[in-house]
Write a protein that binds this ligand. Structure first.
Ligand SMILES: [Zn+2]
Length: 206
């Protein structure tokens, strides 16, 4: 959290040995020191979490949309995998042929060494590209679902967890949170910004 007025960090201070207050450090010079009690801040951060929560109906609806777009996504990666596999096979045929030619003395040892090294290198590049497309196929949908499910129960999790877990969750959802006069202005990380925006405007089409 940072102070929206001067950009300094927000820090905690204990008073009367029992109340914890949060305020701007004011380290860039004097800043209006609005103090927020810890309990109130915790509650306000809870409201920030609540803004990305989607209900079950929306969760199902977005899952379906994700599944549909995953079909296109998968078709693209499958096509690339097909092309790369073919290229890999052709290189193998070249290697086999050149090896025969070398044995029969049709090409020189030097030519064989140079070409075979080049082709084997290309083959290993192709294999790692294929791996990337395979991973993309798997993660696109799975990660999307995981994120949506987290979003649907984020507020519930926030409420029942201890402070360190709350902090982790907030860190996962937000890149920053500014405080001005006790009001929070969160910056959501992607894709949670889209969920917050969708909840605010009720426009989910895009
Ligand atoms: Zn400040």
């Amino acid at each position: 959290m940072t102070c929206g007025r001067c950009g300094c960090s927000i820090t905690a201070e204990i008073q009367k040995n029992r109340y914890i207050y949060y305020h701007c450090t004011g380290s860039k010079g004097k800043c209006e020191k609005a103090y927020i009690r810890e309990e109130l801040l915790e509650d306000k951060l809870g409201q920030v979490v609540k803004k990305i929560v989607i209900d079950d109906a929306k969760l199902e609806w977005i899952k379906e949309a994700l599944k549909a777009s995953h079909v296109d996504e998968k078709a693209y990666h499958d096509e690339m995998i097909g092309k790369l596999t073919l290229r890999h096979k052709k290189l193998q045929q070249k290697l086999d042929q050149a090896y025969e030619d070398k044995l029969e003395g049709k090409i020189t040892e030097e030519f064989w060494n140079r070409k075979s090294e080049q082709w084997i290198e290309e083959q290993s590049r192709i294999l790692s590209e294929i791996q990337c497309h395979q991973n993309a196929n798997k993660s696109y949908f799975d990660e999307g679902i995981k994120i949506l499910e987290l979003a649907s129960k984020a507020y519930f999790l926030y409420q029942k967890q201890e402070a360190p877990e709350k902090r982790k969750l907030l860190n996962f959802l937000l890149s920053n949170c500014q405080v001005i006069d006790g009001t929070l202005y969160p910056t959501y990380r992607k894709p949670f910004d889209l969920l917050a925006e969708g909840n605010k405007t009720e426009k989910w089409g895009g």
